[in-house]
Structures are given as C-alpha cells and as structure tokens.
Design a protein around this ligand. Structure first.
Ligand SMILES: [Zn+2]
Length: 269
C-alpha cells in the first residue's frame, strides 16, 4: 500500500499531499487552518499522543464540531489542568501569550487561596518556575516549596561534603595503615558517629577528625580520639597524647579569646 513519494516534492508538500489522501480529510479550509494544525498536534505528534485525548477526537470533523464557537483564527489550544489529557472539558482557546491568565490552578498559602499567577505577581516570582514546581508534587510538597523552591539546598550540600570527606578520610587511613602493615578496624558508620564528639584536647566541635593516641599503631577503635584540625596539626609528631592534653587547654583559651574579639568586632560594625 505504500506509495512512492514524488521526489519532486518538498517534505512539507509531500506531507500536505498525504493529509489530503486521508479518508477523514474533507477539503482544506483556510479559515480553519489554525484549528486544523492544533488538532494535528494533539492527535498526531509524539507530545500530543503522550498527553492523550478522547477516542472520538481522532476524527477532525468531530473535533471541529466541538471547538466551533470557541475557536477563532490565531488562538491556540490549552489545557486547564496539564496533568490531565485533552478533552472538551479540559481545553480552551486563547490568544498566544495570554494562556497563563487561564491557568486556574489555585494554591493555598498563609491561609489565602489564589491562582499561581496571582501569587507570582504578589511575590514577583518566575511564573514558569512556580508552575513546574506545582506539578512536581512528589518533590515540592508544601506551598512554600512550590512558590519559593527548596531552601535547604545549601545545607544539604555541606552535609554531603562532610559525608564525602568522612568516607575519603577513612579510605585514606585504611590505605596508609595497609602500606605500613598496621592494624585498622575502622568502619565509616562508626567514624561518622565518633566525629560528632568534641575535640578531646580543646573541646572544639568544628572540623573533627581522628588522632591516634599511639602513633606507632594503626587506626583502631581503641587507639583513636576525636580531635580538631588545629590540635591535630599542632600535635603531629611533636607531642605525645598526654603532652597534647596540656597544650589543648591553652589552645582552648586562645580560641575563646579569638571568638570574643570577633564578636566584639561584629557588634561594633
Ligand atoms: Zn582541638
């Protein structure tokens, strides 16, 4: 049944010809041109098929009979609810560029119900962004998240960074101990909990890692203490664990003084 396409025709000319050969094609009315294209894009494009349409909509004449009266030249077909397929109830015709006015999806925020566009005008928000979040209900669950997006991005990124650094550090300890033939019984879950403790020398809670009590032995659970970066680099191989305890008290004092200075500076600014 396949007809050979005339090689003299352009692609679009061939397409028009193939439409004209269809059973339900009843002449091409220039005044209906735009609605014909709309129907074509609903019924015949990949996107349209994915969205879905009622069975009877397959026939252009049925479609035309339904939209007549609401359609006018230059108008485009839009759905009220874009999560639902095309249907007589879910479609309307509107001028290009005004379709956002017709999105009647409402959102309750701070006890008030308004359409998405109204909210966007109030808070000067990007309408398309809000609309996308509105339909992604599995990700944006609260009205705040729909309107303003997720706020915790920065926080979760730093948590991720910390998590990565723990994993990397444990892997590095293992590798180093293996090379030196030392024992190592650390696991990531144990370290993750362990570094939540304050520095054993100065009491700081930031930037906590592991410090070995006896540097000739490997990283084992009974040979490590929680230790901040500054104390760790200070001790290095210069001091023993016991000596570092004495030094830690001084470091604690210095850190407190620095914090006081910093606070008084920001208060006077
Ligand atoms: Zn410390």
């Amino acid at each position: 049944m396949t007809k050979k396409i005339n090689p003299n025709l352009t692609k679009s000319e061939a397409l028009i010809l193939s439409w004209k050969n269809r059973k339900d094609y009843k002449g091409y009315d220039r005044s209906k041109g735009s609605s014909f294209n709309s129907w074509r894009s609903i019924v015949n494009t990949k996107k349209g098929k994915l969205i879905g349409y009622p069975e009877e909509g397959k026939d252009y004449n049925v479609f035309m009979a339904e939209v007549q009266g609401t359609w006018a030249k230059g108008k485009i077909c839009r759905r009220y609810d874009i999560t639902k397929p095309y249907s007589k109830e879910n479609c309307f015709w509107t001028e290009k560029g005004t379709e956002n006015l017709w999105n009647l999806n409402k959102l309750i925020y701070n006890g008030e119900e308004k359409t998405l566009l109204e909210w966007c005008k109030i808070y000067n928000l990007n309408y398309n962004g809000v609309k996308i979040r509105y339909y992604r209900k599995e990700k944006y669950k609260t009205p705040e998240e729909i309107l303003f997006g997720k706020k915790i991005v920065v926080k979760s990124r730093s948590r991720l960074k910390r998590e990565k650094s723990i994993v990397r550090r444990v892997q590095a300890y293992r590798l180093r101990d293996k090379h030196k033939g030392l024992k190592n019984d650390l696991d990531i879950n144990w370290v993750r909990e362990f570094v939540k403790q304050p520095c054993i020398y100065c009491g700081d809670t930031e930037d906590i890692g592991l410090d070995r009590i006896d540097n000739t032995k490997g990283h084992t659970k009974d040979n490590v203490v929680p230790c901040c970066y500054i104390c760790n680099t200070t001790r290095n191989t210069n001091f023993t664990h016991e000596e570092m305890k004495i030094l830690g008290r001084t470091i604690e004092e210095i850190k407190k003084c620095r914090l006081k200075e910093q606070n008084s500076k920001t208060n006077t600014e």
